[in-house]
Design a protein around this ligand. Sequence first.
Ligand SMILES: C[S@@+](CC[C@H](N)C(=O)[O-])C[C@H]1O[C@@H](n2cnc3c(N)ncnc32)[C@H](O)[C@@H]1O
Length: 260
Amino acid sequence: MSDFTNASEYEKQFDPRLYLETYFHLGSGSLADDFLRFTLGNFHKIFTEGQVKGTTLIDIGTAPSIYQLLSACEYFQDITVTWYTNRELQELQKWLNKDQGAFDWSSIVKHVWELEGKSGMLEEKENKLRERIKQVLLCDVSKSNPLEPVTLPKADCLISTVCLEAACRNYDSYRTALKNLSTLLKPGGHLLMAGDLGANYYEVGSNKVFSLPVNETFLQKAVNESGYVVNKLVSFGKPEDAGYDTSDYEGFYFIHAQKC
Ligand SMILES: C[S@@+](CC[C@H](N)C(=O)[O-])C[C@H]1O[C@@H](n2cnc3c(N)ncnc32)[C@H](O)[C@@H]1O
């Protein structure tokens, strides 16, 4: 088996709109509620604590989502978002262009507004993120320069959510991807990652989409051995009474590391 997920295979398995409809309505009582509260809370916390700052930020494997950037856009002026398959890019572009058929992120935007103690038009928040997104680039984490053929100045911060577990088919390729990502980052630059623990798959419609099951021990070691220092690794265990069966996940993680 190949070390990395092939784009055309992934595109067949993963319907980006169905993924958003299934997992991104906060308050729907699915596993995504736990994931979103945990992940959005950790992004909010890490930025308000003040250590993670700078001007440039690259989000790896953005499309079709934007939730992971809602806190970051208050702190970083210049955000690059990335995509791997055309279908996901089209979904992201609908939101960027404010198309009528764009996915409705309002339950999630409202939650971040509330974390920030703000009120007002949710659209202001979405517009701020749109305004801070300066580039939309193709990205492949299997490449030594994941943004090839573009070479960007090294960034102050990288974000990646639920991406390496989708992209990497084994633990060696996960480490390779982490090393490839570090070429995009300044020394001392920040890596923020979030995702599922222990998941072999998650359902998107009738398809079980591949996920590499990771645990805290592996993540700590892999990130440390790939040229970063882990400052923080927090996790959330699946509640015992959780009746969610759209994934065999065991919990979620959030990592803050810095490039050596
Ligand atoms: C489950 S989606 C997560 C999307 C988004 N980051 C989120 O949090 O909802 C997995 C992402 O990994 C991306 N991906 C898969 N293989 C990749 C690769 N080789 N390089 C970069 N991204 C890849 C997919 O295109 C997709 O955007």
